[in-house]
Design a protein around this ligand. Structure first.
Ligand code: ZN
Ligand code: ZN
Length: 407
């Protein structure tokens, strides 16, 4: 048992810290939360006076197998090396305070189980398995003059996706991913940056293919997430029933309002374009991809304002690749240029938990939730850089166990 006393609680539900909070943790779970002192004999007492307690952070758009920015090369690495590197990427995420992440392409059920068993120290994983793409789409890594069938890479752990063309193949791919442990389905419904033959404006999949994926996901009690940039791609995806709208850099007000009406969720990932701009080329991102970065990067901050104005739900995502993963927490301060801190914090807590369908279990400090908690020095509601500075992250607890602690 661990008893936190006198904490200032920041959980995204209020624009001011809740002072003087006491939290009792037992058996990996939050047992009691009170504004009055809790008595618990035998508990280790940790006095957090002057410090901020928060739920563990949630990143809704990551690729834990992406150890190299060159995704074609990443897909050819031995599975053993990919798994080991994913373990390192996950450990670093956890040490940044992210206690749960949603992997939107690449991670398999094995990594998820390895984390649950403790063989990997990292965030809880919610996974899509392999992302689906049409031939020539965002996970077709072959380049212009390579006509090999794509099986040579699609079943490898280091591949973020697989190819499916036509309604029957899309249905089969969805069913296979769900059978193999996917928690939701990911589709590439628009061109992308880190792929060789799909300009940003390309639409990925026909409408009937998107609708088929949505039906398969719905049949399995889950939803579809789609990689999207352009306004027309986003509108079409929402019309087809897609729930989780990734990136959305070029979204326009009408479509944002339409997405809000349908209860869809946008997951911007602005930090990856900044990191790619700064470091992508030198880290091995191919020139075709470097040339596409500004097509989406320059619209990023404005897209946040469009989403806010439209009242669409927004969750926190990052989408970093390779060595650029170290910039993960910068997403907070980038969004802070145009959004209130409380909304950004909520996007990585309550909103994220809702998108992951784990409300009440993560992203909150409440009885019955997993004891996933972080302690920071300073008030992130006044200064978001509290969340980007490793020196101010004093403790990370996951399932009631400290994975890092300087209290
Ligand atoms: Zn994407
Ligand atoms: Zn992604």
């Amino acid at each position: 048992m661990i008893l936190f006393q006198n904490a200032a609680l920041v959980d995204g539900l209020s624009d001011r810290p809740r002072e003087g909070v006491h939290v009792l943790v037992e058996d990996g779970t939050i047992r009691e939360v009170s504004d009055r002192p809790i008595t618990a004999s035998g508990a280790r007492v940790v006095d957090l006076r002057g410090r901020t307690l928060m739920p563990g952070l949630i990143d809704c758009h990551v690729h834990v197998v992406a150890a190299l920015p060159d995704l074609a090369r990443n897909a050819l690495l031995p599975d053993s090396l990919v798994a080991a590197r994913a373990g390192g990427i996950m450990r670093d995420m956890l040490l940044r305070g992210f206690t749960t992440v949603r992997d939107v392409g690449g991670a398999d059920w094995g990594l998820k189980v390895a984390q649950e068993e403790g063989a990997i120290t990292g965030p809880r994983l919610v996974i899509s398995g392999k992302a689906l793409s049409q031939t020539g789409g965002h996970t077709d890594l072959r380049g212009r003059y390579d006509r090999r069938p794509t099986e040579y890479y699609t079943r490898r752990l280091g591949a973020l996706g697989r190819i499916a063309d036509g309604v029957p193949e899309v249905r089969r791919a969805c069913r296979e991913e769900i059978k193999e442990g996917a928690d939701f389905i990911k589709v590439m419904a628009n061109g992308g940056v880190a792929s060789p033959t799909d300009p940003i404006a390309f639409l990925g999949f026909a409408r009937e293919e998107l609708a088929a994926a949505v039906e398969e996901a719905t049949n399995a009690g889950t939803y579809v997430s789609a990689h999207l940039y352009t306004d027309s791609a986003i509108r079409r995806a929402v019309e087809c029933g897609v729930h989780s709208l990734e990136h959305c850099n070029l979204i326009q007000p009408d479509t944002a309002r339409f997405a809000a009406e349908r209860g869809a969720v946008c997951v911007p990932t602005l930090v990856t374009y900044e990191a790619l701009k700064e470091e992508g080329g030198s880290l091995g991102l191919p020139p075709d991809s470097v040339a596409k970065i500004d097509d989406v990067r320059l619209a990023g901050l404005h897209s946040l304002e469009v989403m806010r104005e439209a009242g669409v739900r927004v969750a926190f995502g990052t989408d970093l690749l390779g060595a650029m993963h170290r910039h993960q927490s910068r997403e907070f301060t980038i969004r802070g240029e145009v959004l209130p801190a409380q909304e950004i914090i909520a996007s990585a807590l309550g909103e994220a938990a809702r998108l992951l369908r784990m409300e009440g279990k993560i992203g909150c400090v409440a009885p019955g939730a997993h004891a996933d908690l972080i302690v920071v020095e300073g008030d992130p509601l006044r200064d978001l850089s509290v969340l980007t500075d490793p020196a101010r992250l004093l403790a990370v607890m996951q399932a009631g166990r400290f994975v890092a602690e300087r209290l």
